[in-house]
Design a binder for this molecule. Structure first.
Ligand SMILES: Nc1nc2c(ncn2[C@@H]2O[C@H](COP(=O)(O)OP(=O)(O)OP(=O)(O)O)[C@@H](O)[C@H]2O)c(=O)[nH]1
Ligand SMILES: [Mg+2]
Length: 284
């Protein structure tokens, strides 16, 4: 086979299992998965390089329905990933998410003449709700199903091309971005508050100490003073748990022992201010 390479995007309703599928495709836990919606923010691009192909796969935010200005940034980022893609995989979970959202995504991808498949996250036999879109439909469990048909669809629709990035590169994202996302997901996982659009993680400093340990200092932004004690927890228990869970998830990404130094800062209403949103989403 002549060498193929290109750009693939996973897009669809929040909590459909996009990041679960993405991590399996790229073979690394690059994109945090939680049981809560709105875990993924800005796109995370992972790279799968084989002998005859290179896939740059983009995991995107679940289609944001609320959340004000941040949602606008996220919606734009999804569209921009679709425009850049050769293959668009619309990931859905039956009977969840709004049909209108899926309609809009598919219309947009069709208007840009992309190869589109609908991936249905299910091993259950399903009704025909996706047949009206007249695209290929692939049903499989994103968690443990057979991904061969997904890989085949991608390969069938990738253009012939030389590799686009170095063979040993794993992601287009910087370590800083991957680390910030991981810490944020651990906060979402551990705190019962529904705060996905009110917490951001900013990496202040990364340095390798003489003993080889990766020292990471990060600040967690909260939007209200009442949120700070939730993150800190009683006698600092919660922030310790966040730190130790995040450290365990970061170490395989950076391939080093990590020391995580976490701080919490109240940034009142930060998610209403464009400048701060850009810093939080790393688009500034
Ligand atoms: N049982 C089962 N659970 C799954 C499957 N795929 C995903 N999940 C679970 O569904 C939840 C959401 O998965 P994610 O991969 O974070 O979903 P997402 O679409 O990336 O969500 P957002 O980034 O928040 O929009 C997690 O608790 C996953 O473990 C599956 O095939 N089977
Ligand atoms: Mg996700």
């Amino acid at each position: 086979m002549k060498h193929k390479a290109g750009y693939i995007v996973l897009a669809g309703p929040t909590n459909a299992g996009k990041s679960t599928l993405f991590n399996r495709l790229v073979g690394l836990e690059l994109s945090p998965v939680t049981a809560k919606p709105e875990t993924t923010w800005m796109p995370i691009r992972g790279i799968l390089t084989g002998k005859d192909y290179q896939m740059i796969i983009s995991d995107t935010a679940g289609i944001p329905s609320k959340g004000g200005k941040i949602s606008e940034f996220l919606a734009d980022s999804i569209k921009s990933e679709i425009r850049r893609a050769d293959v668009v995989l619309i990931t859905v979970k039956p009977r969840t998410g709004s049909v209108a959202e899926v309609d809009n995504l598919i219309d947009y991808a069709k208007s840009k003449n992309k190869a589109i498949a609908i991936l249905v996250n299910s091993s259950e036999p399903e009704d025909n709700q996706y047949e009206k879109y007249e695209t290929q439909i692939i049903r499989t469990s994103f968690l443990n199903g057979d991904l061969t048909p997904v890989i085949k669809f991608i390969l069938d629709h990738l253009p012939y091309s030389e590799a686009l990035v170095e063979a040993d590169q794993l992601s287009l994202e910087t370590e800083r971005e991957l680390i910030a996302n991981t810490i944020r997901a651990k906060i979402m996982e551990l705190t019962s508050e529904e705060l996905p659009h009110q917490i951001a993680v900013i990496i202040d400093e990364i340095k390798i100490r003489d003993n080889g340990i990766y020292y990471i200092r990060a600040t967690i932004w909260v939007a209200k003073s009442s949120q700070k004690p939730i993150i800190i927890g009683r006698s600092g228990k919660m922030i310790k748990r966040i730190g130790s869970n995040a450290r365990a998830a970061i170490e395989p990404i950076v391939g080093k022992k990590v020391f995580l130094d976490l701080h919490v800062k109240i940034k009142k209403g930060w998610m209403k201010k464009i400048g701060l949103i850009k810093t939080a989403l790393k688009t500034g």
